[in-house]
Design a protein around this ligand. Structure first.
Ligand code: SF4
Length: 302
């Protein structure tokens, strides 16, 4: 496709996304989300902080980890067992970082979801940057769970093993989606406190895609969005414990207590502390996947 056509499509897709993002009544799932008593429509499951890329504008703040770690299968599976004991999950998105960095755990999670919790999760979506082709054990684990789908974020030449990965998925009958390379990101800003008006913060939270589609399970916590989860872990924002659910809080005496606590977070209309450190509601466009040197938690000047 020539450059002019690409440019026109880019402008058009930016316009469309703005339109959709700025109109809360385009939120097709609002009533289901508000009424579901025992189901999460979407859940992001973090299995690693490690990534094979280092994107300057990663909204999940992976670029701020000085010592990123893979999570263990015990901690991920215990968290999943706990939450699926209280709620069904519609779409489970497995991500990192880059999830194929932590293939052993990914395989164990898929086996767990195939053997023990098949009836508690409707679909599984692995989100990858296309830099790693998983080994046989991981491919088999994906094949053995027919609910598994792979979404490839297409970063052009940075997605260095994308073609090979697509071939392996196709050969093994594993469904996949390739995201359009021209698609841009919204800039969430560096994780510093922004002096935005109360009105802006309320509107940003109300319209935020991530709080609707990317509630996050990470290291024993259920969070509104991945940015909140990682900003707290990294010590970049205050750890306000009443804005997320600690799955192992002894105050939750049974499954029903935990279910209610999670649903309260999903339905809350009050923006969270992390929103003070986020500007995705300004709808500033940035190109996807720009690589930068590793940042540090002290690199937070605006
Ligand atoms: S911090 Fe707030 S506005 Fe930013 S992604 Fe999370 S919920 Fe949305």
């Amino acid at each position: 496709m020539n450059r002019v056509v690409k440019k026109v499509l880019f402008v058009f897709s930016s316009f469309l996304t703005d339109l959709l993002n700025r109109r809360p009544y385009f939120d097709k799932e609002a009533s289901r989300r508000g009424n579901a008593e025992d189901e999460l429509l979407h859940l992001d499951l973090v299995i690693t902080e490690c990534c094979s890329l280092n994107c300057r504008d990663c909204s999940n703040l992976m670029q701020y980890y000085d010592h990123p770690c893979n999570l263990s299968s015990d901690e991920v599976i215990n968290d999943l067992r706990k939450i699926t004991g209280s709620l069904k999950i519609g779409e489970l998105n497995i991500l990192g970082g880059e999830p194929f960095v932590n293939q052993k755990v990914l395989s164990a999670v898929l086996a767990f979801l195939t053997e023990e919790k098949a009836d508690r999760v409707d679909s599984i979506n692995i989100i990858t940057n296309g830099t790693i082709v998983p080994g046989e054990e991981c491919i088999n684990a994906m094949k053995n769970n027919p609910k598994t789908h792979v979404t490839l974020s297409n970063y052009g030449t940075l997605s260095s093993h994308q073609g090979e990965l697509i071939e392996v998925l196709s050969c093994n009958g594993i469904g996949y989606t390739l995201i359009d390379e021209a698609f841009y990101w919204l800039d969430f800003g560096r994780p510093v406190e922004y002096a935005e008006s109360l009105e802006f913060k309320k509107r940003q939270y109300r319209n935020c895609y991530n709080r609707k589609h990317c509630n996050t399970l990470y290291r024993g916590g259920f969070y509104v969005c991945p940015r909140q989860a990682h900003a707290i872990r990294l010590g970049l924002i205050p750890d306000n414990k009443d804005e997320y659910v600690n799955l192992y809080n002894p105050a939750y005496r049974d499954r029903d207590d935990l279910r209610r606590a999670v649903i309260n977070v999903v339905r809350s209309k009050q923006y969270i502390t992390a929103c003070n450190y986020c500007i995705n509601g300004k709808y500033i466009h940035v190109p996807r996947g720009v690589q930068e040197k590793r940042l540090h938690s002290s690199d937070t000047d605006v």
